[in-house]
Design a protein around this ligand. Structure first.
Ligand SMILES: [Mn+2]
Length: 355
């Protein structure tokens, strides 16, 4: 198991690598380039400069999150072949600097959705929440609210220039149902997985967040059966999963522990996002502190499912609250994620030493 934290790079992230380096037990960062338009090749000199910077700080960078998938690939337009060729080239460039895992998602339009970016908990900490009444508004209103409450930071997967045309984007997806989206995912995987196998990289799909349809958009990474279908559709260890406990648990019908155990056993979980959420009512929830007692997930059981089934991939605390007066990009403050790291290491050590 290699513990990591996500880092948004020297321009986008106000947290210095030197501080991440001081979090006990963190060996590496999960990085990305944020100045390359979605669909274009990540230039070799830029990825190398990023890798050098991380290495000089005494950290590893073996996971990228995310190399986003162009909408034309998800929609299945003829132009997808050019974007897939670019993706293949990016995979080669990343392999050359030692990347082992690429996290990505296949969600139409939105990478993730929350309705409340500054949800205040009883202890005064600030977190993100999702309440169904929050998406009963118009699409434009919901998009505007998320973008305006990001504390001035660019949000991953929420490129303002792309979402400014959200209605247009929706129109393009009007004929894409779940079946078409699945076919388009397979079309993509059949072309990138052989490249991954050749250069020693593993793809790791992130579950949909939330794991059910919103605004009528198709969703295909929602539950155990979806993950099973994807693994079988292109049957290679390089076709793997980023198991995000928070996202999967947003549907109370999902058994997170069983899913973790099964796909770890099948050697398909290459990267784990471990966070806790608190379900409020039905599917409304907020992102809680990591400890089991604050959320709806038993984090001991989460770590046990990974540990006891031979997990040897990368792991990171997913999101954190804002505590101790910290502000910044929602979900990605330093302090609460660092506490999460320490807690997860504590659980892991106890599992290792258990008789
Ligand atoms: Mn996640």
């Amino acid at each position: 198991m290699q513990m990591t934290m996500r880092w948004f790079g020297p321009v986008e992230d106000k947290i210095p690598l030197a501080h991440i380096r001081q979090v006990p037990g963190v060996e590496g960062v999960v990085g990305a380039l944020y100045d390359v338009p979605v669909g274009e090749v990540w230039p070799q000199d830029k990825v190398r400069a990023l890798a050098d910077q991380v290495q000089q700080a005494g950290l590893k960078m073996e996971v990228i999150e995310s190399v986003n998938i162009h909408d034309d690939i998800k929609i299945g337009l003829p132009s997808r072949d050019r974007f897939i060729a670019n993706y293949q080239q990016t995979i080669r460039h990343l392999a050359e600097i030692g990347i082992k895992v690429i996290c990505y998602n296949f969600m139409p339009v939105f990478d993730w959705m929350k309705t409340e970016m500054n949800y205040v908990l009883p202890d005064g900490s600030v977190t993100m929440a999702f309440e169904k009444k929050g998406i009963d508004k118009t699409l434009d209103e919901v998009v505007k609210e998320v973008l305006e409450n990001s504390n001035g930071f660019a949000l991953p997967g929420w490129e303002p220039e792309r979402l400014a045309k959200v209605q247009e984007l929706f129109a393009k997806y009007k004929d894409v149902d779940e079946n078409t989206l699945r076919q388009n995912l397979v079309y993509f995987l059949e072309r990138v997985i052989p490249v991954c196998e050749e250069v020693g990289i593993k793809m790791a799909i992130h579950p949909d967040d939330p794991p059910y349809s919103i605004f009528g958009l198709p969703r295909i990474v929602k539950n155990r059966d979806d993950l099973d279908w994807i693994c079988n559709a292109v049957n290679s260890e390089a076709n793997g999963i980023t198991l995000c406990t928070g996202s999967i648990a947003e549907d109370p019908d999902n058994n997170v522990y069983e899913i973790l155990a099964e796909f770890t056993r099948r050697r398909r979980i290459h990267f784990a996002h471990v966070r806790n959420i608190k379900l409020i009512q039905d599917k409304d929830f907020y992102e809680s502190a990591h400890l089991s007692r604050y959320g709806s997930l038993d984090m001991y059981e989460v770590m046990k499912a990974l540990h006891d089934n031979g997990f040897n991939g990368y792991i990171r605390p997913d999101h954190g609250r804002f505590i101790w007066g910290e502000t910044g990009r929602p979900g990605y403050g330093l302090y609460d994620r660092a506490l999460g790291v320490t807690y997860l290491h504590g659980l892991w050590e106890a599992l290792e030493k258990r008789h």
